[in-house]
Each structure stands twice: as C-alpha cells, then as structure tokens.
Design a binder for this molecule. Structure first.
Ligand code: ZN
Length: 93
C-alpha cells in the first residue's frame, strides 16, 4: 500500500483488458503523451492494475495516458491523456 506509486507493470500487462475493446494489439501501438509530447510504444507505459480498472501512465512524465474502468457491464475508456494513438495495420492479417 505504501509503495503504490512505484508498483507498476509495463504496458503489456494491460493487453488483456484492452483486447476487450481493440481488435488490434494496442501494446504494439505508439501513443503521444498529451502532457510532455513524448511518443512511445504503449508497451513502455507504466501500468497500474487497480481494480476495477487499469491506469497507464507516461514512462517519461507519469501523466495519465489511458484509463480503463469496468463498471458493471460497461467498459469505460479514457484516452484523453494521449494526443493520438498510432496502430500498425499490417499486424491484423
Ligand atoms: Zn509524458
């Protein structure tokens, strides 16, 4: 409990939750942080698995990039912390 600020996983840890929403593998995508402007692979993000959801933070500035919350039979996705998310379409086939 006391060290929760450092108790993160990498972006791959969010793959299972994100696969409920995205057909494509988001962990291989690149996202631009809306706060510091850094573009990184989502797999590099710091992911906090907090029931009932997931929070992904920028590896550079720790700003929240993405929040995913399970609320009963809904999944709420907040990606306002990213300017954009860029996915490689070649991987879908
Ligand atoms: Zn950032």
């Amino acid at each position: 409990m006391s060290s929760q600020n450092y108790d993160y996983l990498d972006g791959n840890a969010a793959a299972g939750e994100l696969s409920k929403i995205f057909v494509m593998d988001v962990t291989a995508a690149e996202g631009k942080c809306a706060h510091c402007g850094t573009t990184r692979r989502f797999a590099e993000a710091h992911v906090y698995m907090q029931c009932p959801g997931v929070v992904a933070r920028c590896a550079g500035c720790e700003h929240v990039l993405l929040r995913l919350v399970n609320v009963r039979q809904r999944v709420v996705l907040d990606v306002s912390g990213m300017t954009y998310l860029s996915l490689d379409t070649a991987q879908t086939c």
